[in-house]
Design a binder for this molecule. Structure first.
Ligand code: UDP
Length: 263
């Protein structure tokens, strides 16, 4: 039986010819720029085999610490971009800086622009009833030529999953965007990757709410200051519990760096 190589807890390993993959607390992060991520995504679409793109952040990495199945899903992802500022910080501290933060919403916008240009069909799955529809409608106006293969909300039970998977498969998109929040969306994609048969699958968190105009992103200066997470906390105080992952993540990374004599 072929064994998967065991990833290092942190450090670097080659991830294909063009980019380096580093490991933060046992989970992968690809050292890519936005442009590099888009080029890698397009290569995956052209390859045609089902693939998965993850936008990683400290919360997701902390989830993976206590969920080996999720850690496995992340480890098998074809492209993992550093979405959270915490991941950029951790990579630098661990001695393998990534070139820049690649925010999921912006990567999604880049992908949609590319899709509109090349004729790639996009399916929007997730968010509350009506939001995926509204997001797709606004995006089609913003990116002329964008082909919306289909939309479906993200609130359905396991009994409806086969029907949703069949709908996605029948729509034959090149790109499936799943906006169900992390790590629900990553698990959904991994579970249905082969049955859906879509070349590029990506979890996009709360992006549909932003595209539909229901949630606003932080102002640019807040983003530039690396404080988008704080803005989201202030706007949605219900996120407070989830935010506890941030200090825990920082402590784990600092301990790991100290163990490696990197401090
Ligand atoms: N959501 C969903 N199905 C669910 C739970 C959540 O489609 O069962 C949607 C929710 O409506 C929202 C998104 O998933 O649009 C989660 O957004 P959040 O900002 O919490 O995700 P994050 O960006 O933090 O991963």
């Amino acid at each position: 039986m072929k064994r998967e190589p065991v990833p290092p807890v942190s450090g670097v390993a080659p991830a294909g010819a063009a980019r380096q993959r580093l490991w933060v607390l046992g989970t992968p992060v690809d050292a890519v720029t936005m442009a590099g991520a888009l080029a890698a995504a397009e290569a995956l679409i052209r390859r045609g085999q089902p693939s998965m793109v993850v936008t990683t952040n400290p919360e997701l990495i902390m989830h993976a610490q206590r969920d080996p199945e999720l850690a496995g899903i992340l480890g098998r992802a074809d492209l993992v971009v550093p979405d959270g500022i915490g991941v950029v910080w951790a990579a630098r501290l661990l001695g393998h800086p990534v070139p820049e933060r690649v925010p999921g919403v912006e990567l999604t916008e880049g992908l949609l622009a590319l899709a509109a240009q090349r004729g790639y069909r996009v399916y929007f799955l997730g968010a509350a009833e009506g939001v995926a529809d509204e997001a797709a409608r606004r995006l089609a106006a913003r990116f002329p030529g964008l082909i919306v293969a289909g939309t479906h909300h993200g609130y359905f039970g396991p009994e409806d999953e086969p029907r949703v998977v069949a709908a996605v498969r029948a729509a034959a998109p090149h790109i499936l965007l799943v906006a169900m929040g992390a790590p629900r969306q990553e698990r959904w994609i991994a579970r249905n990757l082969q049955q859906c048969g879509v070349p590029l699958n990506m979890g996009v968190g709360g992006s549909f709410d932003v595209f539909a105009g229901r949630v606003r992103r932080a102002p640019r200066w807040v983003q530039a200051a690396g404080l988008e997470w704080l803005y989201r906390l202030v706007r949605q105080p219900s996120r407070a519990r989830r935010m506890l992952a941030l200090p825990r993540f920082a402590v784990r990374v600092l301990l790991d760096a100290a163990r490696r004599n990197l401090l």
